[in-house]
Design a protein around this ligand. Structure first.
Ligand code: F6P
Length: 363
């Protein structure tokens, strides 16, 4: 009998639980029970598995209550880890033994680029089909237009910036708001557009510390010019820009103190707030669609592939879902590397689009 296992790995992302629910339900519809692996790759090595289905009266598998109830929640009911042990071949050999012990015939890995790389390493060492689902708020995974968690994270950032703008306008203040994203500026870029920010600071276009501070000072000066009658300035800074937010605030405040009059500048680092919270409609929808494709692929014996949301391309393999294609993980990892070093056409287009609208942001 077939058995699917599912695990979540790396930084959690809203939509992971929705993907677990989708995997469990789709597999059940094929009469395949799903087992959850707790704590990501660490749980795989240590053999911490639990069934995510119960048997209905008719003997068919159906998701346990927790899987159904938590489907829209943020975080992951299975827990997650960043597992240095999984980099070692011996640990992966133990993980493969655990999969055999639990009679697993297909593994779905839900996670970010490190987790997808882990799936690739494992797939090279076992015949058990392994399929990835991209999930990371950073949106830094190659060959998928969006990963799970990105839309929810952006909704959280937009809400936070709206709240900050309320208080900023009341006090005529400038705010530097830092958002997560590790080396990727995607969340900052998208949020800057959605919140009508005045400027955005991105790691994809590296600048010296002085240039970063100078650009913030100029933006605040220009925005608060009497001729403009503006009441708030919002600068979105990506986490990957290596100048700490509090230093930008301090330096800009010092530079903008004229005849004892200070511009009021504040900094807010949103941090992990951005990673939590319920999954948005789009993340739940995407999770359902990724889940279906991943289970169908595993049942068909496909391995070392990732489901990617990619409309209008003819690379990869078509699936039963016209949004989603299956890509060899080696291709995903190559494209991910290019995304991170800025040589991918996707990241270049994103930055070019941002540069093209810098003038609009500053209006
Ligand atoms: O990769 C997701 C992410 O939230 C990044 O945006 C951030 O840099 C990192 O994880 C934070 O990791 P941790 O939760 O381990 O501090």
């Amino acid at each position: 009998m077939s058995r699917i296992a599912v695990l979540t790995s790396g930084g959690d992302a809203p939509g992971m639980n929705a993907a677990i629910l989708a995997v469990t339900k789709v597999a059940a519809s094929h009469d395949v029970p799903t087992w959850g692996v707790e704590g990501g790759y660490d749980g795989l090595i240590d053999g911490v598995f639990r069934p995510l289905v119960r048997r209905n009266l008719d003997g068919k598998p159906a998701p346990v209550a927790e899987v159904e109830a938590e489907g829209g929640e943020g975080g992951t009911i299975l827990g997650s880890s960043r597992s240095p042990r999984f980099f070692e071949r011996e640990s992966r050999a133990i993980a493969i033994e655990q999969l055999k012990e639990y009679e697993i015939t297909g593994l779905v890995v839900i996670g970010g680029n490190g987790s997808i790389a882990g799936a690739h390493a494992l797939a090279a060492e076992t015949d058990i089909p392994i399929v990835g689902i991209p999930a990371s708020i950073d949106n830094d995974i190659g060959l998928t237009r969006e990963a799970l968690g990105v839309d929810s994270a952006l909704n959280t950032i937009v809400e936070a910036c709206d709240n900050i703008s309320d208080t900023a306008r009341s006090h005529h203040r400038a705010f530097i708001v830092e958002v997560m994203g590790r080396e990727s500026g995607y969340l900052a870029m998208a949020a800057a557009v959605a919140t009508a920010a005045d400027a955005v600071l991105l790691p994809e276009r590296p600048h010296s510390r002085d240039e970063v501070i100078e650009s913030v000072v100029t933006c605040i000066q220009r925005s608060f010019d009497v001729a403009r009658d503006k009441t708030r300035v919002l600068v979105i800074k990506a986490e990957g820009v290596p100048v700490p937010t509090h230093e930008i605030v301090e330096e800009a405040t010092n530079r903008l103190t004229v005849n004892g009059d200070r511009f009021d500048i504040r900094g807010t680092v949103l941090g992990h707030v951005v990673r939590g919270g319920d999954a948005s409609f789009r993340d739940r929808l995407l999770a359902g669609r990724f889940g279906r494709v991943a289970v169908e692929a595993a049942i068909r014996g496909k391995t070392d592939v990732m489901a990617g949301w990619n409309v209008g391309v003819d690379t990869g393999e078509a699936t039963t879902d016209d949004w989603i294609r299956l890509f060899p993980i080696s291709d995903v990892l190559r494209e991910t590397e290019k995304l991170l070093d800025g040589t991918s056409s996707v990241s270049q287009d994103r930055v070019a689009r941002m540069e093209a609208i810098q003038g609009v942001l500053a209006l």
